[in-house]
Design a protein around this ligand. Sequence first.
Ligand code: PDD
Length: 279
Amino acid sequence: MTVYLNGSFMPIEQAQVPVLDRGFIFGDGVYEVIPVYSRRPFRLDGHLSRLQNSLDGIRLPNPYAKEHWADLIAELIERNASEDQYLYLHITRGVAQRDHPFPCPPVQPTVFLMSSPLNTPPAQLLQSGVSAITATDNRWLRCDIKAISLLPNLLLRQLAVDADCSETILFREDLYLTEGTASNIFVVRNGCLLTPPKSHLMLPGVTYDVLLELAVAHGVSVEMRQISKDELLAADELFLTSSTRELQPIIRVDGQAIGNGRPGAVFARMNELYQSFKR
Ligand code: PDD
């Protein structure tokens, strides 16, 4: 597997970062995950704009212009074998003596890119659906920044794994839906798609944007508003979205069936639209 680190492409075994990197010491950095279908990055502009917002959010100047990112990404795709890939972009504030304030003068940021094969959800999973649990969203108030410091997300996700489930759906103050630990959440009620509006409390998903655009273009009604846990549990259908998991139907939450306990018609329609749009 070929990766990119600080200006060079190399086999992953050769890529090394000093232990004083602020990403390693503090989790001081941001990342992006970009799906690639048939060797073409999907929604590259959306991902690069979100990367810019994340960098702005942590006050780290973007090391590269958009065109340079696009060139690096094209070369990384070229140098890796799979037709469908997912790209991981990771930028930290660089290597400096351990001290909380930003290094002054600033140091070179660390830039790392890697590609992995993208395995989209198997047909069987789309037919059977997945289960989820709920938990209190105890993360910070800047979840719109795609920060590499993911410890709260990991702890919350592990609760789902421990319960034999595939996602933890998060609620602020136990009241309002924010998102999953690594996904956005859509509720279906009376044929209408409901999802929380973008805010500092959730990651503005690129797949979320695509879904909303597809819904509007194909006459599926959409409402962006706060969603309570009771409303989520009483949904006709429920599904999650992410760049690597695409759309996945959630048929059970906290042991309780959602709707009739099977993936529904609105999910099937949105997934069909997404599958034809992404190619
Ligand atoms: N995560 N919310 C969170 C907290 C996420 O980590 C992700 C994606 C999403 C969905 O965003 P998008 O549709 O742009 O992928 C929502 C990526 C896939 C990851 O961390 O691996």
